[in-house]
Design a binder for this molecule. Sequence first.
Ligand SMILES: [Zn+2]
Ligand SMILES: [Zn+2]
Length: 215
Amino acid sequence: MKRIDLCGIINFIGISFAHSFTLSFGLISCDKIISTFENKKTNTMIVFQPFEDFPTQSLKFVRNKLVKTFPNIQINKPIDLPKQAYNKTIKRYQADSLLIYLGQRTKTGHVTIGFTLEHIYTNMEGKVKYWGIFGLGKKITRSCVASTFKLKGKNKLDKLYKLAIHEIGHTQGLNHCPNEGCYMRAANGKDHFDALHNLCKKCSQELRGYFNRIW
Ligand SMILES: [Zn+2]
Ligand SMILES: [Zn+2]
């Protein structure tokens, strides 16, 4: 009961405090607390947050496919890309910064996925400073982002759907999966989405388990 009370207080004070709490006291312990609290909520959903001129049609396509598995999806109105995430030197947006921005706007128990046409990047653990990526997702921010910039070919929307599931998986703590054809396989910078066909049994059970626990 003490844990539930504590999270109620965190929720009251605000998400940003909850994040600093998570960072200060450890991901695992706070995740447990937040999950316990979220068990009592019924309105949890995946929030689609398009940036600027991201086409609504593309969002609807992804929503219509995703809703078969995850029924609670909300599409927000577009918002501006945050200036602090823009790197003028390379003219790309830093994905990590976008996740923090989206996470700050994410209600307790919800997960936000941002959609952008822009080229996004992250730092590859000191190996590559500006690593161009398709998307990024983190459990700690409960947010992820998907970019269409590097997607090629005619079936971009289908690829975007697969990318969206991949990044949402990361927000729920799923790691990259070695199984061929699984949506959680690492892209390693290549547009490999045509070779992905579903979530493997293990990843599917894991992802449904997380969402069932929350919903
Ligand atoms: Zn990934
Ligand atoms: Zn898998």
